[in-house]
Design a protein around this ligand. Structure first.
Ligand code: GN1
Ligand code: MG
Length: 369
């Protein structure tokens, strides 16, 4: 079957005017993303949803629609967030009758495509720029949680089973390690020893959930630095993008992910491991700004598990990268064969830095709670 051009794909959605340009956008590790400009000058984001990861695009798109209607209705929050806050929305198909439910994505030659509104006047950064940027990243996650915390989890589908369930990643890792045909090297041996020394911490959040101490809530799932859009003139965070992993989960996954991403100035692709460090000053900015928005609906038990979450999510991402290295790079998009191994080393180094600062980090959490 003939494949339409990317412009042709974008034009299947209800957009204003013909497409002028299509260009790659961002550095996502999972989906493929393009910026679309139309002749009247409108911008959109075209994405091919990676169906190797998201097996049911309809569920992902249903969650995005549920989120938009919850926020538009105001929920218990009265307002839809700060005046400059934007939520990327899925553009419906021009021919709704031909669209799979819920009408906002396209299935073509076994691939899933969607078109999202573009967050105007804003950019994102792969690493934290300064303390002000850190505070905006934390505030963005806080605003997002505040706007959705009263969306009943029953209204959201589980789009990615096992996502952030660390014991499952550990089980996958053990299988990948046993079956791996990838050549061993000193770095891989270091990773194996690193994981072996920390296996017992993998279940810390799921155990607390099983004991009823932590409750599932709607989460973003991927609130890393480059998913926060910052207004180019005001410097304020105006959107949290990449809504694929919005689903029921623990807010701890989000808080841990935001801090592991935002407090590592060297970034996920740091070339020099000795530059990887958890910056407590940035942690203060991020967590302080987050809590200014979110403190009202967090419980004492939520606070009690924050340190564990911050350490766990850095460890978990290292484990996920390392497992994918062992499995032959099948999940995360890689730029070279040892990319996932390099990424794992960064997250494990960050985990060590968090562990080394446990008393100070716990003191910070106490001070801010
Ligand atoms: C993936 O695709 P991207 O870059 O938005 C991953 C996240 C990781 C992140 C690390 C669905 O996100 O969980 O934290 O890479 N998303 C999925 O950069 O697995
Ligand atoms: Mg993502």
């Amino acid at each position: 079957m003939h494949s339409p051009s990317l412009a042709g794909l974008a034009e299947r959605f209800a957009i204003a005017g013909p497409v002028a340009t299509v260009a790659p956008l961002g550095n996502g590790n999972v989906n493929e993303t393009f910026l679309v400009t139309t002749e009247p000058g409108e911008r959109y984001v075209l994405q091919r949803i990676n169906t190797e990861v998201f097996h049911q695009p309809a569920l992902v798109m249903g969650n995005i629609a549920a989120l938009a209607s919850h926020i538009a209705a105001g929920g218990a929050n009265a307002a839809a967030g700060p005046a400059d806050w934007q939520l990327p929305r899925a553009v419906p198909l021009a021919d709704r009758a031909a669209a799979p439910a819920p009408g906002n994505w396209l299935e073509l030659n076994g691939q899933a495509w969607r078109l999202l509104t573009h967050v105007s006047g804003a950019t994102s950064f792969d690493t934290i720029q300064d303390g002000t940027h850190a505070a905006e990243v934390g505030r963005a996650l806080g605003v997002f949680h505040r706007l959705i915390h009263d969306l009943p989890t029953a209204e959201l589908a589980d789009t990615l089973e096992g996502f952030h369930i660390t014991p499952r990643y550990l089980a996958d890792y053990r299988r990948s390690l046993a079956a791996s045909r990838v050549a061993r090297c000193d770095e891989a041996e270091h990773c194996i020893a690193f994981v072996a020394a920390r296996e017992s911490l993998a279940s810390v959040l799921e155990d607390a959930r099983a004991r009823g101490e932590l409750q599932p809530r709607p989460i973003h799932g991927d609130p890393k630095v480059n998913n926060v859009m910052v207004d180019s003139s005001s410097g304020r965070a105006v959107a949290l993008v990449d809504l694929d992993t919005v689903k029921p989960g623990l807010v701890h996954y989000d808080i841990g992910d935001c801090l592991r991403s935002g407090c590592n100035r060297a970034g996920e692709d740091a070339g020099d491991l000795s530059a990887v460090h958890f910056d407590l000053g940035l942690g203060r900015q991020i967590l302080g700004a987050y809590l200014n928005e979110a403190r009202g609906f967090l419980t004492a038990a939520d606070f009690d598990h924050l340190y564990d979450a911050i350490r766990l999510i850095a460890f978990e991402l290292g484990l996920r990268f390392f497992s994918d290295h062992l499995a032959g790079n099948r999940y995360f998009r890689c730029r070279h064969p040892r990319h996932n191994l390099a990424r794992a080393l960064v997250q494990f180094r960050l985990t060590e830095s968090i562990e080394a600062q446990e008393p100070a980090l716990r003191a910070l959490i106490e001070e801010l709670r």
